[in-house]
Design a protein around this ligand. Structure first.
Ligand code: B3K
Ligand code: ZN
Length: 868
C-alpha cells in the first residue's frame, strides 16, 4: 500500500503488454490456487524487468516458456521479473485467501458465495499482473469448485467446456473473446436460484439472460430482468448499440462495497439493486434497481468496448454512463422528477465535495488511493458535463459525436480528450474552451443583477460568473456554460432581449460577464435562469418572496418552478434563523396555499415541491453553520408549514386514493405526493390516526415506510410502536431491515449513541457487511444532524471510534463514511475544532489504510491552508 500520490501528468504507456491469458483457479476458502498463463510482449525498450502488480498474494512459482525462472524479486508489492525475452509465455502460480478477505476486493468468500471485485486495482489481489486499464487481453478461465456447495461456477464470456473431477469437485471453462483490462475480470461460485430469459437484438441475435439470486429470492428478481430488457432495447433505439456476447449474466450478492460492477458479460450486483417486490421494496428501490441495471448494461459500450487509458480518465466511462442511465430513467419514468433527483445529489453532495479538501476536477490530477475517486464529482458532475455536450450539440449532434467516438475507439483504452475530439467532429462550435470543465474543479456561481430605468423603459440583466479557489486549485478561469434564460413580469408575460443573444431560451455564458438588454419594459422584469439545471452551477439571483412566487406561477420550465419554491423555503428558514419569523408573512402563506390548491392534482410537481430543502442543501448556501440554530430554524419552519397549511394538506391527503399497488409513474407520483403530505401532517397533534391507518393498511413497502418516516418526523410515540412491529415482521430479511436500521440511526434523540450501540448488537448486524454498516453508521454520520454534530463532540467521537475498527476490515467503506467529518469547514469554529480533533486521532492510527490516510490527511492539510 503506497501513500505516494500518482499524477495524471506522469502517465507512461506500458513497457510490456499481455495479449492472452489462461487461468486455472482451484477454489478453497483459505488457499485458493491460481495458475495464470499469459502471453507477454515487450512494447518499449526502456527497462529490462517486467514489473507486475500484486497485493496480499503468496507467490509459488514463476515459469517462462516452460522453464522455471528464478530471476525475480518482490519489491513494494511488485513482482520484478528480470532477463525476459521480447515475447514469451509466462506462467505464475500463486495462492490467495478469499475467506479472510474482508475488504471485498479481489476474490472473496462471503455468506457461502465466492465472488470478485477487481475495479479499480483488485485483480492484483488474485494474481501478479499488469493491473492497469490500458493492457487489454482475452481471458480463458477454468474454475474448479466443490460440486455440492458451488453448483454454479461463472466467469466472463461464454462457457466452452465443463466436467467433473474424481474428488467431488467440478469445473467449467469460460472464454471471453473480447480483449479487456483486468478490472473487468470476474468469477463467481455459489448455489443460487436462477431466472432465465432471452433477448433478441435488433439485428436478430438471441442473447441468453441469466439472473442469479440467493436461494428463495427468485420472485424478487423479475423486475430486474425486465429492466435489463428495457435497457437493451433503449440502447439500440437511442444509440444504435447492441449487445455483443451470447450470454449476459447478473449475480446478486449480499456483501458488496458499492452498487454493482460491469464485469464483461458477468455483472456482480449488490443484492439491494436487484431484488425488488412490492412487499419488500419501495418505489425508490424499484427505480434504483432499474437505473443501476441499466447503468451496468450501458457500460458494455461506454467502459468495456471503449475503456479508460488510465484511472484519471474515470469520468470518460462513468460520467458518460451516468448520463446515459439518467436519460434512460427519464424516458422510463419522468424527466422532471429525475432532473430534480440529479440536482439534489449535486447540491447536497457534489457542491460540498467541491468545497472540501477532496475537491478535484471531473478528471482528477492527483490520486493516492484510486478507490477514493469514485466520487459524486467524477460520476455526477461528470454526467452534468456530458449533459452540456448534449445541450450544446442537440440530440442529433450528440448521437453523431457518439457514433464517431465508437467508430474511432472501439476496442481501445482512451482519454477524455479523445472523447472531446470525437464530439468536436459533430459540431461547428469550438469545444476547446468548453473542455475546461475537465480540468477545473469547484462550483461556479452565476450572479444575476438587473437594473431597471423607469424613465427609458429599459432594463439590463447582467450574468456574471465566478469560481472560488478550491483546495486543489487556486486560480480559476471563466467557464463555457449553456445557461437557460427566461424573463417574465408580474403578470406572466415573457420578454426577448434586444440583441437576440438568447436563442431558443438559451444564452452561452463564456466570459466572466454578459449583459442582456430589454426595451419597452414597464416594470422591473424577473430574470429566471438555469432552467432544467442547464449547467452545474450555483445561482445568486436576488429575488424576493413575491417574485419567487411569480416564477412558480409563470415560468415555462418546471425545474425553475420547483427551484423557485426551494429558494423561497430557504429564504423563510433564514428568517427563522435570524429571529424574524414574522417576515414570513400572510402573503407568503397565502402564496404557498395557492401553490397547494392550484397544483393539487399535479402529484408529480407537488410531491417534489412539498419537500423542504434538506439540512445538507441549506448548508451549501451558508457558511460557518451553527448546526443547532439552522436545524431548529428548519424544524420551526416545517412546524409552521404544517400548522398554517393544515387544511389544504389534509384535503390533498384525502384526495389521493390508495388503490392496489402498481409500479406505474402515475401511481408512484401519487404515493410520493401523499407520503410527503403525511410527513407534514405528522407534525400536527391530531394526525396519529392517519399514520397508524396507513401503516396497518399498506399493501406495499413505499406506504409502510412513508408511515414510518412521517411518524419519525412528528409522532415519536407512534414511531416506537410501529418500528417494533416492523422489526418483528422483517427480522429475517436483512435488506428490509436496513431500512429499519437507517430510520433508527437518523432519529434525533438524546440517547442516540446508546441506540446505535444496541443496533450494532442486533443479531443481523455485522461489521463485515457494508450494507449494514452504511445503514447504521453511515446514516448516522451523513443524516443525523443533531446527533452527529452534538456540541459535546460525542457524535464525532462515536463515528471515529467506529472508523478505527472498520478501517482494519474494509478501508473502502471506512473512507466513504469519513466524508462528513472531512467537511468540517462548513461549520462554526466550535464544531470545526471538535471535528479536527477526531480527524487527528484517525491520522495517528498505526497502519491506517491509504483510503483513510488520503482523505484525512488532505482534510487536515486544508486546515493549515485556510488558516494561512
Ligand atoms: N465501475 C463500478 C465502480 C467500481 C468502484 C471501485 N471502487 C460501478 C459502476 O460505476 O458502474
Ligand atoms: Zn459506472
Amino acid at each position: 500500500m503506497s501513500m505516494q500520490a500518482k499524477k495524471r501528468a506522469d502517465y507512461q504507456p506500458p513497457v510490456f503488454t499481455i495479449t492472452d491469458v489462461k487461468m486455472d483457479v482451484r477454489l478453497h476458502p483459505t488457499t485458493t490456487r491460481v495458475e495464470t498463463t499469459s502471453q507477454v510482449k515487450r512494447l518499449a525498450s526502456e527497462g529490462n524487468a517486467l514489473a507486475l502488480d500484486g497485493d496480499k498474494i503468496q507467490l509459488d512459482s514463476v515459469v517462462i516458456n516452460d522453464q522455471p525462472h528464478s530471476d525475480y524479486q518482490v519489491v513494494d508489492g511488485q513482482l520484478l521479473i528480470s532477463n525476459v525475452p521480447e515475447q514469451f509465455t509466462l506462467t505464475i502460480v500463486n495462492t490467495i485467501d478469499p475467506q479472510n478477505n474482508r475488504a471485498l476486493e479481489g476474490l472473496y468468500l462471503s455468506a457461502g458465495t465466492y465472488c470478485t471485485q477487481c475495479e479499480a486495482e483488485g485483480f492484483r489481489r488474485i494474481t501478479y499482473y499488469l493491473d492497469r486499464p490500458d493492457v487489454l487481453a482475452t481471458f480463458e478461465v477454468t474454475l474448479h469448485g466443490d460440486k455440492q456447495q458451488y453448483p454454479t461456477l461463472l466467469a466472463n464470456g461464454n462457457p466452452i467446456a465443463r466436467g467433473d473431477n474424481d474428488d467431488g469437485t467440478h469445473w467449467v471453462t469460460w472464454q471471453d473473446p473480447h480483449p479487456k483490462p483486468s478490472y473487468l475480470f470476474a468469477m463467481v461460485a455459489g448455489d443460487f436460484d436462477l431466472l432465465e430469459d432471452t433477448y433478441t437484438t435488433s439485428s436478430g441475435k438471441p442473447v441468453k439472460l441469466e439472473l442469479y439470486v440467493d436461494k428463495g429470492k427468485r420472485e424478487r428478481g423479475h423486475f430486474a430482468l425486465a429492466s435489463l430488457k428495457r435497457a437493451m432495447k433503449w440502447d439500440e433505439d437511442t444509440f444504435g448499440l447492441e449487445y455483443d456476447l451470447d450470454i449476459y449474466m447478473i449475480v446478486a450478492v449480499d456483501f458488496f462495497n458499492m452498487g454493482a460492477m460491469e464485469n464483461k458479460g458477468l455483472n456482480v450486483f449488490n443484492s439491494k439493486f436487484v431484488l425488488a417486490d412490492q412487499d419488500s421494496a419501495t418505489d425508490e428501490d424499484f427505480f434504483n434497481v432499474e437505473s443501476v441495471i441499466a447503468h451496468e448494461y450501458f457500460h458494455n459500450w461506454t467502459g468495456n468496448r471503449v475503456t479508460c487509458r488510465d484511472w484519471f480518465q474515470l469520468s470518460l466511462k462513468e460520467g458518460l454512463t451516468v448520463f446515459r442511465d439518467q436519460q434512460f430513467s427519464a424516458d422510463m419514468t419522468s424527466p422532471l422528477s429525475n432532473r430534480i433527483k440529479h440536482v439534489r445529489v449535486m447540491r447536497e453532495h457534489q457542491f460540498a465535495e467541491d468545497a472540501s479538501a477532496m475537491s478535484h476536477p471531473i478528471r482528477p490530477e492527483e490520486v493516492i488511493e484510486m478507490n477514493n475517486f469514485y466520487t459524486v464529482t467524477v460520476y455526477d458532475k461528470g454526467a452534468e458535463v456530458i449533459r452540456m455536450f448534449h445541450t450544446l450539440l442537440g440530440p442529433q449532434g450528440f448521437r453523431k459525436g457518439m457514433d464517431e467516438y465508437f467508430r474511432r475507439h472501439d476496442g481501445q483504452a482512451v482519454t477524455c480528450d479523445d472523447f472531446v475530439a470525437a464530439m468536436q467532429t459533430a459540431t461547428d462550435l469550438d469545444l476547446s474552451h468548453f473542455a475546461l470543465w475537465y480540468s477545473q474543479s469547484g462550483t461556479p456561481v452565476i450572479t444575476v443583477s438587473s437594473v431597471f430605468d423607469d424613465s427609458t423603459g429599459k432594463m439590463t440583466v447582467t450574468l456574471s460568473q465566478r469560481t472560488a479557489p478550491t483546495a486543489d486549485q487556486r486560480t480559476k478561469a471563466a467557464l463555457f456554460m449553456p445557461v437557460t434564460f427566461d424573463c417574465i413580469d408580474s403578470q406572466g408575460n415573457h420578454y426577448s432581449d434586444d440583441d437576440g443573444l438568447v436563442k431558443d431560451g438559451m444564452v452561452i455564458l463564456d466570459k466572466s460577464e454578459l449583459t442582456l438588454t430589454f426595451s419597452d419594459v414597464e416594470e422591473p422584469l424577473i430574470p429566471v435562469i438555469l432552467g432544467n439545471f442547464s449547467a452545474p452551477a450555483k445561482v445568486h439571483n436576488d429575488l424576493n418572496a413575491a417574485q419567487l412566487l411569480n416564477v412558480f406561477q409563470y415560468a415555462h420550465d418546471s425545474f425553475n418552478r420547483w427551484d423557485a419554491l426551494q429558494s423561497l423555503y430557504s429564504w423563510c428558514i433564514n428568517c427563522y434563523e435570524q429571529g424574524t419569523p414574522e417576515a414570513v408573512d400572510d402573503t407568503i402563506w397565502q402564496g404557498l396555499e395557492a401553490v397547494l390548491t392550484g397544483e393539487a392534482d399535479n402529484h408529480e410537481l407537488l410531491g417534489e415541491c412539498l419537500v423542504i430543502p434538506s439540512f445538507e442543501t441549506l448548508c451549501q448556501t451558508r457558511s460557518q453553520v451553527d448546526v443547532a440554530a439552522l436545524n431548529s430554524a428548519r424544524d420551526a419552519f416545517c412546524q409552521a408549514f404544517s400548522v398554517r397549511l393544515a387544511e389544504p394538506l389534509k384535503a390533498i391527503f384525502n384526495s389521493i386514493s390508495t388503490s392496489a399497488y402498481t409500479y406505474s409513474q402515475q401511481a408512484v407520483n401519487a404515493r410520493r405526493c401523499r407520503n410527503q403530505v403525511l410527513v407534514h401532517l405528522a407534525r400536527l397533534d391530531d394526525q396519529q390516526g392517519a399514520i397508524k391507518t396507513q401503516f396497518a393498511q399498506a399493501d406495499n413497502m413505499t406506504d409502510t415506510l412513508g408511515a414510518l418516516k412521517a411518524a419519525q418526523a412528528g409522532q415519536r410515540q407512534v414511531f416506537e410502536t410501529l418500528m417494533e412491529e416492523f422489526e418483528q415482521r422483517w427480522n429475517q430479511d436483512p435488506l428490509v431491515l436496513d431500512k429499519w436500521f437507517g430510520l433508527h440511526a437518523t432519529t434525533e434523540r438524546d440517547d442516540i449513541l446508546s441506540q446505535l450501540t444496541l443496533l450494532q448488537q442486533h443479531p443481523q448486524f455485522t461489521i463485515g457487511n457494508p450494507n449494514r454498516v452504511r445503514a447504521v453508521v453511515g446514516s448516522f454520520a451523513f443524516f443525523n444532524t443533531a446527533g452527529f454534530h452534538n456540541l459535546d463532540g460525542s457524535g464525532y467521537k462515536f463515528v471515529t471510534d467506529y472508523l478505527m475498527e472498520l478501517d482494519k476490515v474494509n478501508p473502502q467503506v471506512a473512507a466513504r463514511i469519513v466524508t462528513p467529518l472531512t467537511q468540517w469547514h462548513n461549520f462554526s469554529p466550535a464544531h470545526q475544532q471538535l471535528m479536527k480533533t477526531q480527524l487527528n486521532r484517525l491520522l495517528g492510527v498505526k497502519e491506517l489504510s491509504s483510503d483513510l490516510f488520503e482523505k484525512v490527511s488532505k482534510s487536515l492539510a486544508y486546515q493549515s491552508n485556510s488558516e494561512q
